[in-house]
Design a protein around this ligand. Structure first.
Ligand code: GDP
Length: 369
């Protein structure tokens, strides 16, 4: 009976339906002895971590086990979707264990950026979210920037303990773990996965040479992130893969910007001023008059305005409006989870409306850049 099978590596229940969930084994491999899930299989045979995801409830169950361990928690977040990829309430779950905050994908920031400023910004934001971190490290797992610092900081704070790596989906957790496996674990020793003591944690242990391990947990899925609700075909437009080129728009009140057909920004009230867009370079931006915006969208969504297509839009929740008042004298970003942000450049204040699919996190924050 399929339901009874569990992975000899990580202990997770075996399933043959969904590749992206823990415990997946292709039907054809069910007879193998010992039976291990695809994720453990790949680490064992190819030294390669792969992404799997959990929904929030299962993830919280997993997370609450970490408080009872002696470990270093490495929390990976995505600088392009910072608030969306922060695990809310992480501090409650980790107990007294130290948290190292690794901020990935810094290669996406515009080239001229001051990294110290970004690091201070991250530190402030994390603190505001109630997360105490022993250190904040900026890196790019893909472009191999700052990775030595990541290892140094892990070594410094690990203190001979296990390392739990946690993060939301798509933050680059498996890319980073693959680097850790290659650069950090003892390659002389065969990589094996082993069952986590106690109940199923859906986590994979990658042994280190001192008998401790890096524990790769599944990514958490947050439906408040744009990247989780759009079809795969649109992800390529949404996610930058090169440094962002900021786009400056001089707007008068009563003007609207469309971001493809996925979001809309109305400058409702305020003096003429410039807004700087930090979105993927491939995103189609269309400027129009606010009074024409509804009509334009009705006529041209999914086509002239850019993706997602009409068909894909049917699968995405309709828009909600977020009214945001930017106070005089505050330098803010209007952040739309997964899409990017709009920097407000003048201290004269503004009233704006943002339309984004229902449930997507939209907020005003202190300017990152
Ligand atoms: P996971 O779901 O957190 O395990 O994330 P993956 O490692 O599968 O990466 C998700 C996506 O982000 C992939 O398209 C990666 O190529 C990309 N990615 C990972 N790390 C970086 C990085 O440092 N910079 C950039 N630009 N992209 C990255």
């Amino acid at each position: 009976d399929k339901q009874q099978l569990s992975c000899a590596g990580c202990g997770v229940s075996i399933q043959t339906e969904k590749k992206e969930l823990p415990g997946f084994v292709p039907e054809s491999a069910l007879q193998k002895e010992p039976l291990i899930c695809q994720r453990c299989f790949r680490i064992k045979h190819y030294n390669e971590a792969s992404s799997v995801a959990l929904d929030q409830d299962d993830f919280l169950r997993l997370l609450s086990g970490i408080g009872n361990t002696q470990s270093l928690v490495v929390h990976i977040v995505d600088i392009f979707d910072f608030e969306g990829s922060m695990i809310s309430g992480l501090q409650r779950f980790v107990g007294n264990n130290p948290v190292l905050l690794v901020v990935n994908k810094v290669d996406l920031l515009p080239k001229s950026i001051n990294m110290n400023r970004i690091r201070n910004w991250v530190q402030r934001q994390a603190k505001e979210e109630g997360l105490r971190t022993v250190e904040v490290v900026l890196c790019s797992a893909k472009r191999n920037i700052g990775f030595e610092r990541v290892i140094e900081e892990i070594e410094k704070h690990r203190d001979g303990r296990d390392v739990y790596v946690v993060g939301a989906t798509n933050v680059g957790k498996s890319t980073l773990i693959n680097r850790l496996i290659h650069d950090y674990s003892d390659l002389e020793q065969e990589l094996t996965t082993s069952r986590y003591p106690g109940t199923t944690l859906d986590a994979v242990r990658i042994p280190l040479d001192d008998g401790k391990a890096i524990i790769d947990t599944p990514g958490i899925v947050y439906s408040s992130r744009m990247t989780e609700i759009v079809p795969r075909s649109f992800l390529g437009t949404l996610l930058p893969d090169k440094p962002i080129k900021p786009l400056v728009y001089q707007l008068n009140e009563g003007q609207t910007l469309f971001f493809g057909s996925i979001a809309r920004f109305d400058f409702v009230e305020g003096e003429r001023q410039s807004f700087t867009l930090y979105v993927a370079n491939g995103m189609n931006i269309h400027r129009t008059k606010l009074e024409r915006a509804d009509e334009l969208y009705a006529e041209h969504k999914g086509e002239l305005l850019g993706g997602p297509t009409l068909e894909e839009l049917e699968e995405i929740p309709g828009w909600t409006r977020h009214t945001i008042r930017i106070k005089r004298g505050s330098f803010s970003d209007i952040y739309i989870s997964g899409l990017g942000w709009i920097q407000v450049n003048r201290d004269s204040g503004a009233l704006v409306d943002v339309y984004a699919p229902k449930g997507i996190k939209v907020l005003q924050r202190d300017s990152m850049i």
